[in-house]
Design a protein around this ligand. Structure first.
Ligand SMILES: Nc1nc2c(ncn2[C@@H]2O[C@H](COP(=O)(O)OP(=O)(O)OP(=O)(O)O)[C@@H](O)[C@H]2O)c(=O)[nH]1
Ligand SMILES: [Mg+2]
Length: 223
């Protein structure tokens, strides 16, 4: 049992060192990095498509996306006109910093303003792996149930931003937004909650403003 925890601790420590190297590199280039985490199908790629549509003409941006199989999400993002690199994890249920660093180097991205990392769809495994990001974003779609923050406290306490997605579907599901707000406020006091729908456009402007504000804060901090 203790050997298993030793191995796990060593893996996480090695990841922390690689993540620190990535964070230094992104500080040097002034690149804002967001790590998007959710269960499968909550709407990560769709939100990134909407983000690309609104920001790609003003900022240089790219996406690194992790999945256990298929190039599909990277293709969707390339179709939106932004460079995207797919990492196939070979079954692993999360990205780690080494995978992101390798993929980023191979991709030969130009100096970027924005890098979005779409993690493997999973609310548990990606939570413990720092990828050198500026902040984690947890997405929760209204079809998943309003009890999820307390059931998966790791991600909702570590994510600076929680994005509730697919609010156009609210009339069809039992989902108490206030209950989610209360849980997130308990797990992440002072955290940001955005309530969004790519279909109706609700909250997408708030998301875009958050990205712009965070980028300009990072740039003025680094200047
Ligand atoms: N009604 C509605 N559907 C949405 C919205 N956002 C995404 N979807 C749909 O939800 C499904 C999953 O969306 P994706 O963006 O592929 O989800 P994902 O989180 O990237 O999924 P994985 O990469 O497989 O984990 C797709 O059919 C989307 O069209 C929304 O705001 N409203
Ligand atoms: Mg996706």
């Amino acid at each position: 049992m203790s050997k298993v925890s030793d191995v796990k601790r060593n893996v996480l420590e090695a990841n922390e060192r690689e993540a620190a190297r990535l964070r230094d590199a992104f500080a040097g280039s002034g690149t804002l990095v967001a790590n998007l985490i959710s269960s499968p199908g909550a709407g990560k790629t769709t939100l990134l498509e909407a983000t690309a549509a609104r920001l790609k003409d003003r900022f240089s941006m790219a996406v690194v996306v992790g999945d256990i199989a298929t190039e599909r999400d990277a293709e969707r993002l390339r179709d939106m006109g932004i460079p995207a690199r797919q990492i196939l994890t070979g079954g692993a249920c999360h990205l780690d910093a080494r995978m992101v660093a390798g993929s980023f180097d191979e991709a030969g991205f130009p100096a970027l303003d924005l890098l979005f990392v779409e993690n493997v769809g999973n609310l548990i495994c990606p939570t413990s792996y720092d990828l050198g990001e500026d902040f984690k974003v947890a997405l929760l779609s209204v079809t998943e149930g309003d009890d999820k923050p307390f059931k998966y406290p790791g991600i909702f306490s570590r994510a600076e931003v929680t994005v509730v997605t697919k609010t156009d579907l609210l009339p069809h599901v039992d989902f108490d937004l206030d209950a989610v707000r209360r849980q997130v406020a308990t797990l992440r006091p002072g955290g940001t909650i955005l309530v969004t729908s790519v279909r109706s456009g609700e909250g997408i402007g708030d998301w875009i403003r958050l990205i712009e504000t965070r980028l300009s804060a990072k740039r003025s901090h680094g200047a």
